[in-house]
Structures are given as C-alpha cells and as structure tokens.
Design a protein around this ligand. Structure first.
Ligand SMILES: [Zn+2]
Length: 342
C-alpha cells in the first residue's frame, strides 16, 4: 500500500481534532505547491499558481473522520464515550479502540455482556451509546490518571488491500484527501497548461456539519469547486437499488447530478470521461441535496460553480469501509483533465 495513504488512514483525525492528519497532508504536498496555509478551524490549503490567468479553482476533501470523545470515566474505570459524527453504533461492540490520551495512545476494547446473558428480545435490540463502554484492562485509579474527558477515540482498524480494493476505517474521506494530493502532484508538473490558481484543501469538521469548508470558501472565494467524498455503493446483498440507485465498486468515479453539482460541470466531465476513456458512474444520489461539503459550497457567496465527485464505498461509517483503487485512479485523471481544461 502507498505509504502516504497508509499514513493518512492511520493518523487519527476525529472531527475537530484533525491537526496530526493535516500535517501528514501538508508534508506530502509541500514539494509540489507554491504555498500552504492553515486557519483557525484547522483547514489546510495548498496553492498552485498556473502560468496563465484564469479562475480560482478549489479542489477539496474532508480530512476529519467520525470518532468519539471521552465523556466520563466511572468508578470501575469504564470509559464512556460521546460521538463526533455518524458512528454506526451497531458495529461497535467487540471492537478494538485507541484512546489518544495526553500521555500517549492507550488501547482498549468495547465489550458487551455474553450472549448467554441475553434476556428475551435482546438479540433484536440495537445498542445505543449508553450500552458502549471501553475497557482498557487497567485498574480504575490508573484509568482516571491517564485518560481525561475530551480525549479522542477511534476504532483500531488496520488498512488492508484486498486485491484491487482497500478496506479501512476513515476511507471517508481520507481517500478523497489522497486524491486531492495526487491531483496537486500532477498539476505541479503542468503549470504551463494551467490557467488560473488551484487551491487543494483538506477541510475539517465535515462530519459534524460541514463547518471547515465554510471558512475555507470564505477565505478562497473560489469561482469553481470540486468536492471529493465517498459515496454509496449499492453492489452488496439486500441493497435497494430502486431507492439508492445502481453504483458498483470498480466501475468508475461517481459524478453526482443532483442539486449539489452545477449542470455545466457535469456535462464537462462527461465529455472529458468519454474523450479520455475514464470510467464514470452518474448518480442522482438518495437525496436532492445535502450531506457533503459540496452542498454547503453551492450556496456560499454569490454562487460557486460546484461539482461533487464520489468514490464508491461499501459499508460507509463502519470500521471496514471498502473502496476500489481503480475508481481512485479514475477520479485523479478526471480532475486533472478538468483543471487543465478551464
Ligand atoms: Zn465524507
């Protein structure tokens, strides 16, 4: 696996606490860009100046991941959590977690009572956050000494390649940040053909309400924005295609044609895809608008020309999200083609 991608995926960036991951992004893109800046919300913005005048183009993905913060440590040393973002609580019992304490990373597990203790109906009930506690294996006084309210917690999920596919926690949306980085790397070698200025951003706090991108947009005031996020693959058992559409892993980058993409940009990428033989999948998405940074960007300022691209993802918001690296490659080629065409 690409070292940089592995590093992005294994660096904890729970929403609101993205600094370490933003540093990984900044260190990688620094040799390829003309400037890098950060802001109060932790957004990292890398800039490439084209050699021709033109538009202000923002390419962005969110670097924050869903996770937890420590809510409280009880008298038995059990650590109780509060969610940052849409964690799938049903997947959590039986998980290994990492607590980022001020003294270092402390491993733990989310336990549950044995199945043998189930009361009638228990097997059908879905757990809530109040059913999840972290057991660190340490005595209560030691836990209280080392772990503090507010410490961030993530699931301990090792990124793994499965053929052409990758599984990990936080592919949402580190895979998007990876794509932004690769696009910057390729554009840096093509400044003579590049019109305008490209801003590549690792935006923060998307999972808690698209807060980072709002500040990013105010700073950059882009004419055009391209948002990269994971999007729903429906090629898995029991998935309702008549409700969520027909999207598969490995069949290309998703081009959203709901209200969060400018129709002119959808047409432009369709032409590039057909000319350069890049696989794309059109998606109307499950809702007309919302749920990504692109939706926020669409209504900022005087109206930004937005495009929402998605990497098909199975098992979203679980510790075993899955994407296909062929779709990642398609996205990189498509965005480079689009940027060089402005
Ligand atoms: Zn996302």
């Amino acid at each position: 696996m690409d070292n940089f991608l592995h590093s992005l995926l294994t660096t904890a960036t729970v929403s609101g606490f993205e600094t370490a991951g933003s540093q990984v992004f900044a260190d990688y893109v620094r040799p390829y860009v003309d400037a890098i800046s950060t802001d109060e919300l932790g957004n990292t913005i890398a800039r490439i100046d084209g050699n021709q005048p033109g538009k202000r183009i923002l390419i962005e993905a969110h670097i924050d991941e869903i996770g937890f913060q420590v809510l409280y440590v009880d008298d038995n040393g059990c650590v109780w959590l509060r969610k940052n973002g849409g964690i799938d609580v049903q997947c959590m019992p039986g998980s290994r977690v990492l607590i980022y304490a001020h003294t270092g990373i402390i491993p733990g597990i989310i336990g549950k009572q044995p199945i043998h203790f189930n009361t009638p109906g228990a097997a059908e009930s879905v757990p809530t956050m109040q059913d999840l506690w972290v057991d660190t294996g340490m005595e209560a006084d030691e836990v209280r000494q080392l772990i503090h309210t507010g410490d961030i917690v993530v699931t301990d999920a090792t990124p793994t390649l499965l053929g052409q596919r990758i599984t990990s926690r936080a592919l949402d949306d580190k895979i998007g940040v990876y794509i932004v980085s690769q696009v910057l790397r390729r554009l840096s070698a093509d400044r003579d053909s590049l019109h305008g200025t490209v801003y590549g951003a690792a935006a923060t706090q998307e999972e808690v309400g698209c807060r980072g991108i709002q500040v990013c947009a105010n700073t950059i005031q882009p004419d055009v924005s391209i948002s990269l996020d994971v999007d729903f693959a429906t090629d898995m058992p029991n998935c309702q295609k008549n409700k969520y559409g027909d999207i598969s892993l490995g069949k290309g980058v998703i081009v959203s044609c709901n209200l969060d993409s400018s129709p002119a940009l959808v047409r432009a990428v369709e032409q590039i895809a057909s000319r350069e033989e890049i696989a794309i999948q059109l998606s109307a998405r499950p809702s007309a608008t919302g749920g990504t940074d692109a939706a926020r960007l669409r209504t900022i300022g005087n109206g930004i020309q937005t495009l929402l691209l998605g990497i098909p993802c199975r098992y979203m918001h679980t510790p075993v999200e899955m994407c296909d690296m062929r779709d990642v490659d398609a996205a990189i080629r498509l965005i480079v083609g689009l940027c060089l065409g402005f």
